[in-house]
Ligand binder design. Structure first.
Ligand code: ARG
Length: 278
């Protein structure tokens, strides 16, 4: 089994953390009085980009905008599926201007961008997994945005309720190991932290993904689930040791990348990575 996992090259969109800082608190990880080492953040982020490239993935850059300290979290700006871009409408007024900056990039790259009418934070809460899009709600993205996404993509959107403020985005509590296929065929598989979800949503996940890898609270609290998988390699924080062991036992290859400085903003590897799915 260990050698049966096949990586697929991906296209990622990122934004350099030139202006990264913690100036406001919109999740429980953020404390504006705790200083951020922007130099260290930049080094850690460059290491992530270098690692993606080393593993054969394409990385493209959105230019950072001064005054938007969370813009590094590219995942929140859109969900791109089948080359179609479903844009963002941020919950926090501080982050709202990011949408226009990302939209400009997508337009220059030849994509139309759908502007949601309800609060929607891109891949932070909308995660394609095989024949479904898994969709978080409770803190940021609204159920109305789930319906808009379903209408836009024509893919069944499965709503999941998040209940722990530390796991305010779906991508802090769940990631896709294998995307599977959109139609009947190879099923997707995921890893997640069950306690981040309401009881009913936990049951939904157990029904849809009986083979999922479950993570502990310790793994989740170092944002171990804010990971990126190419189907074989799992780019994840080195601190999530139990999860790394469980993934390795299932034939995945954990690739440690330390983004510790970004934890001060409540973000990690996946938050910094938007996937462009053609
Ligand atoms: N400070 C940002 C916020 O609270 C962090 C976003 C992290 N991104 C993510 N995809 N979870 O909005």
């Amino acid at each position: 089994m260990p050698d049966s996992r096949v990586p697929r090259p991906r296209r990622y969109l990122v934004c350099e953390p030139t202006y990264f800082a913690v100036r406001y608190a919109i999740n429980p990880w953020m404390h504006p009085d705790v200083p951020v080492d922007t130099g260290l953040a930049l080094l850690q982020w460059r290491d992530l980009v270098r690692t993606y490239r080393e593993y054969g993935h394409t990385v493209e850059n959105v230019p950072p905008v001064p005054g938007l300290p969370d813009m590094v979290f590219a995942a929140n700006s859109a969900l791109v599926l089948g080359g179609r871009v479903f844009g963002s409408l941020f919950h926090a007024p501080e982050r709202r201007p990011e949408s226009a900056a990302y939209t400009a990039w997508f337009k220059a790259a030849g994509h139309d961008v759908y502007r949601p009418e309800s609060v929607c934070e891109g891949e932070g809460d909308l995660i394609p997994a095989g024949r479904y899009v898994l969709a978080g709600t409770g803190f940021r993205t609204t159920p109305e945005a789930h319906r808009e996404a379903q209408e836009f993509f024509g893919v069944p959107v499965v709503g999941l309720r998040l209940v722990d403020p530390y796991f305010y985005h779906l991508d802090t509590a769940l990631f896709v190991l294998d995307p599977g296929e959109p139609g009947p065929g190879q099923e997707a598989n995921i890893a997640y932290y069950p306690q981040a979800f309401s009881p009913g949503s936990r049951e939904v996940l157990a029904r849809l993904f009986p083979d999922a890898v479950l993570a502990t609270r310790e793994d989740a609290r170092v944002l171990g689930l804010n990971a990126v998988s190419d189907g074989r390699h799992v780019f994840m924080p080195p601190q999530a040791t139990a999860l790394a062991g469980r993934l390795a036992a299932r034939g995945y290859v954990p690739v440690p990348v330390d983004l510790s400085e970004f934890l001060k903003a409540g973000g990690g590897i996946k938050c910094c990575t938007q996937e462009i799915r053609s």
